[in-house]
Design a protein around this ligand. Structure first.
Ligand SMILES: [Fe+2]
Ligand SMILES: [Fe+2]
Length: 341
């Protein structure tokens, strides 16, 4: 129908709108749990600009320390700065598939939270480096140069999944798309709580406490979605979920543990450089969990997720890196990633 052909004078009511159209005109509320999570997100909303910045003086740190701490925030940014577009796309999908009202609101809250996390990364990096980005910054120390090389490789790798994600969104249901989300949120919630208690800087303590609380809510959103949708899953969806869990492990390990080198395309000295930066940061009171603590945390998050998936009879992938056996999944590429954090 061309724009000029008006039909309103020919009939009393318009024809049915072809479905699915972009937005529902309906506010059905079916999942009570989602309603509660939304209410919590409203109460717990925070503004990164209102953290106690007046107590934060980067000149208290040496340039090595500033560059190493900024490096850690850069790793986090590779995940948290890509989360807003990922969830914006997911939010659109909740409208396209006419999800119930509280589900749309919950996805909106995740988008808003992740945008906040990105803002905090930006604020810390800008103050620590006295420059607005870690990639064009001119490092002042030897370790700063090495950290920047790592940052460039992280950015290169992190940018590779977007096309694959855009192709995956129309193909899969929300519950399938976000199956590896739960594992990321579980591990993230723990790591941020650990950092909140271990850091000496009030801005970091409070920022991590808030982020950890947000991630806990995201975890609850994911659980409610699974509980609602997994009982009726098709066989094919189950296989994709198994693969997604393995992919999620490989992808998120870069921030929650260490990047698996068969998947992340990074130089051979990458991990050594990262460990060196972490050591300097810890010495400056920025409490990144140790290798063993990260591994333990990651393993627990994965076991928790396994508990959830076992309930729905979804085969779990083998994750030998943290001592979990299951179905062997090979040949995962960045293109297979549905990145969630
Ligand atoms: Fe986040
Ligand atoms: Fe999150």
């Amino acid at each position: 129908m061309s724009k000029k052909e008006k039909i309103a004078h020919t009939m009393e009511f318009p024809p049915e709108t072809e479905q699915p159209n972009i937005f529902p005109l309906d506010w059905r509320r079916e999942t009570t749990k989602m309603e509660e999570i939304w209410e919590a997100s409203q109460k717990e909303y925070w503004d990164p600009a209102k953290l106690p910045w007046d107590t934060f003086d980067p000149s208290r740190y040496t340039w090595e320390e500033r560059e190493c701490i900024a490096y850690w925030w850069t790793i986090l940014s590779v995940f948290d700065a890509s989360a807003p577009p990922v969830f914006a796309e997911a939010l659109i999908k909740t409208y396209e598939v006419h999800e119930e009202d509280p589900v749309r609101r919950c996805f909106f809250s995740v988008l808003r939270d992740e945008q906040n996390h990105e803002q905090l990364c930006g604020l810390v990096i800008t103050k620590m480096l006295d420059h607005t980005d870690p990639l064009t910054y001119e490092p002042k120390t030897e370790i700063g140069k090495k950290a920047q090389k790592n940052a460039k490789w992280l950015y290169f790798n992190g940018a590779r999944y977007w096309e694959g994600y855009k192709r995956a969104v129309p193909k899969y249901s929300l519950a399938v798309l976000f199956s590896s989300f739960l594992m990321g949120e579980m591990a993230a919630a723990t790591i941020f709580h650990q950092m909140a208690t271990g850091c000496t800087e009030p801005v970091f303590q409070e920022g991590f406490k808030n982020i950890g609380r947000d991630e806990g809510r995201h975890m609850a959103i994911c659980m409610s979605l699974m509980e609602r949708d997994y009982p009726g899953l098709e066989g094919e969806d189950r296989e994709i979920i198994t693969k997604q869990i393995r992919a999620g492990y490989l992808f998120l390990s870069a921030v929650l543990f260490e990047p698996p080198l068969e998947f992340w395309d990074v130089p051979s000295d990458f991990i050594d450089i990262q460990r060196e930066c972490e050591e300097v940061s810890r010495g400056a009171g920025f409490n990144i969990p140790s290798y063993d603590a990260k591994k333990e945390n990651w393993r627990n998050a994965i076991l928790n997720l396994k508990g959830v998936l076992d309930k729905f009879d979804i085969p779990f992938p083998a994750i030998p890196e943290v001592g979990i056996d299951g179905k062997e999944i090979l040949d995962i590429d960045m293109d297979d990633i549905i990145p969630v954090f």
